[in-house]
Design a protein around this ligand. Structure first.
Ligand code: G3H
Length: 535
């Protein structure tokens, strides 16, 4: 831990950031505008060791825009939608797909740069950063495929009670998309892409960390979409987001972050009922380890579930309930596996524990630990809680109880609270009383016991995992949550629905109407009223 931070010469050339990224442009109305106002400096959570002195690596800066640029982005988006009359919302699905495919090709050229910035800006390991990029490209491709299928089904007419109708999905208008820092590319794009392809126009603001990695994509956006269809804002939320919300012109809010901020944003809209919200919020997913669980399997899966990307996943296992009869062997094996995790820099081979990007995070984790210790918990794994600057070695806390903050709060970091239970009611009541309702993992081998848990728990959370960690993927599966954990459902196909509304064109069947509709279709006069089939 003491010598964890590298010297510049220790870093393989291909992973170094040789030149700081001075991002002085922002995209509004199809133009990359130069910014000469104040900038936000970006420093890495990775420190460099310069002759014994540790300094965080300076990565570059991005524009700190003001209300004026934010309103310019809004005006551009509103004009591009033009109350549904704009080029983009009236364009055929096939043509919109063409633009998105063009973007994807250009995006793929930025892979190396984006992956490098993911490592330096948010401390994601090389493997996970590559996975995040590739998963996002796959998501775009799957979205296109899913839209084609949706469009094929919608290209036919329905005739009911003498009325013929063509039922399709239409966009809402201006979508404001904001992703989280732990998946700054992927989770921003899992809302931005479906919103865009359904014909909405976009304003997007990158998360608080992971901003610079979007800069190579600005040119690709500019070159791939008509002016005003996609616009970016950067800076302090109070200056750039509040005016957008207060304008009342945001039709869809796609936000992944905390429920506290989501509530503030929604209340800033003068007519919140007009705005659709697609929200991915906090979670405190529990693992329930039953008495017959396979210790080897469960410990491997819980390490993965609780500590991948240092536990900074909304889906991470954030509290572990283990049956008291196997608490001891579980804790011994689990602590062993946690302590064997390699801490280091994101590009190092087999590294699992990396620098944390949030300022004050280590202090927060230490506060949770001190609070738990006050009520009788101990750190039970070797090196647990050791830290150096931004690196925090995972701490397994046991025995944890309801008096402790870590029992209730979403730690979003490498602290793993473990509770021993004697009655299954204890973890079940925990989930019932929790403010969150995303997922749960049950570990065990008794079909009767597991099915008795499945039936009530599916009504408390939105995914019950058996002998498997909690996770979002595969992206074709629905991803959502109850209570404070989410609003709206995301999956490749669900997202297309969530960012659009069913609209139909209907006519009473009569010789005149039949002839009229036939003419519109035969002569390809409308992009909506059309039986064209996308291959
Ligand atoms: O942070 C929340 C992410 O949606 C989790 O995704 O389960 O694929 O890591 P993941």
């Amino acid at each position: 831990m003491e010598n964890i931070f590298p010297q510049w010469s220790d870093i393989p050339a291909e992973y170094r950031i040789d030149k700081a990224v001075h991002q002085n442009e922002y995209l509004i109305n199809g133009q990359l505008l130069k910014w000469d106002g104040p900038f936000q400096d970006v420093v890495s959570p990775v420190y460099l060791n310069e002759q014994g002195t540790l300094t965080p690596k300076f990565l570059g800066h991005y524009p700190l825009l003001t209300q004026a640029q934010s309103m310019a982005a809004l005006d551009a988006a509103v004009a591009a939608f033009d109350h549904g009359r704009g080029l983009w919302p009236t364009m055929s699905v096939e043509d919109r797909i063409y633009h998105l495919e063009l973007f994807t090709l250009k995006m793929m050229e930025t892979r190396e740069e984006v992956v490098r910035l993911l490592m330096w800006e948010i401390g994601k390991t090389l493997g996970d950063a590559q996975k995040e990029f590739d998963r996002t490209v796959d998501y775009i491709r799957d979205t296109i495929q899913s839209l084609k299928e949706l469009d094929r089904t919608s290209s036919r007419f329905s005739i009911e009670q003498g009325i013929m109708a063509q039922i399709r999905r239409a966009p809402f208008g201006v979508a404001l998309c904001m992703g989280p820092y732990n998946y700054p590319l992927n989770e921003t794009f899992t809302t931005l892409i479906p919103a865009l392809i359904m014909g909405n126009v976009i304003i997007f603001k990158p998360p608080k960390f992971g901003v610079l990695l979007h800069s190579p994509l600005l040119k690709a956006f500019k070159e791939s979409f008509p002016p005003g269809v996609i616009n970016t804002v950067y800076g302090d939320g109070e200056s750039v987001i509040r005016p957008l919300m207060e304008s009342g012109k945001i039709d869809v809010l796609a936000f992944i972050g905390s429920s506290r901020v989501a509530d503030i944003l929604k209340h800033q809209h003068p007519k919140p009922h007009r705005m659709r919200s697609v929200l991915g919020l906090e979670a405190k997913n529990a693992a329930i380890i039953l008495k017959d669980a396979d210790i080897e399997q469960v410990t491997t899966e819980v390490v993965l579930g609780a500590l991948s990307y240092n536990g900074q996943r909304c889906t991470a296992l954030k509290i572990i309930f283990v049956h008291e009869s196997i608490a001891e062997p579980f804790l011994t094996k689990f602590s062993e596996k946690v302590s064997a995790l390699k801490a280091g820099m994101p590009w190092e081979k087999d590294v699992k524990i990396t620098p944390l990007p949030e300022a004050g995070k280590i202090e927060y984790l230490n506060t949770l630990i001190e609070d738990a210790q006050k009520y009788g918990a101990k750190i039970i794994n070797a090196n647990g809680g050791n830290c150096n600057r931004t690196v925090f070695f995972p701490a397994v806390l046991f025995p944890v109880n309801e008096k402790m903050r870590v029992y209730h709060e979403e730690q979003f970091g490498p602290v793993v609270p473990v509770v021993a239970f004697s009655s299954i009611n204890e973890p079940v009541e925990y989930i019932i009383n929790s403010n969150y309702g995303q997922q749960v993992s049950i570990f065990g081998n008794d079909a009767d016991e597991i099915s008795e848990l499945i039936d009530p728990l599916v009504n408390q959370v939105c995914r019950v995992n058996i002998n498997s960690q909690c996770q979002r993927g595969p992206d074709s599966f629905p991803f959502t949550g109850r209570k404070d954990s989410a609003e709206g459902t995301l999956s490749v196909s669900d997202a297309l629905r969530v960012f659009s509304i069913r609209t139909l064109v209907a006519a009473k069947s009569s010789p005149t109407n039949n002839a009229l509709v036939k003419e519109i279709i035969r002569e390809n006069k409308s992009n909506f009223l059309s039986t064209d089939f996308i291959f």
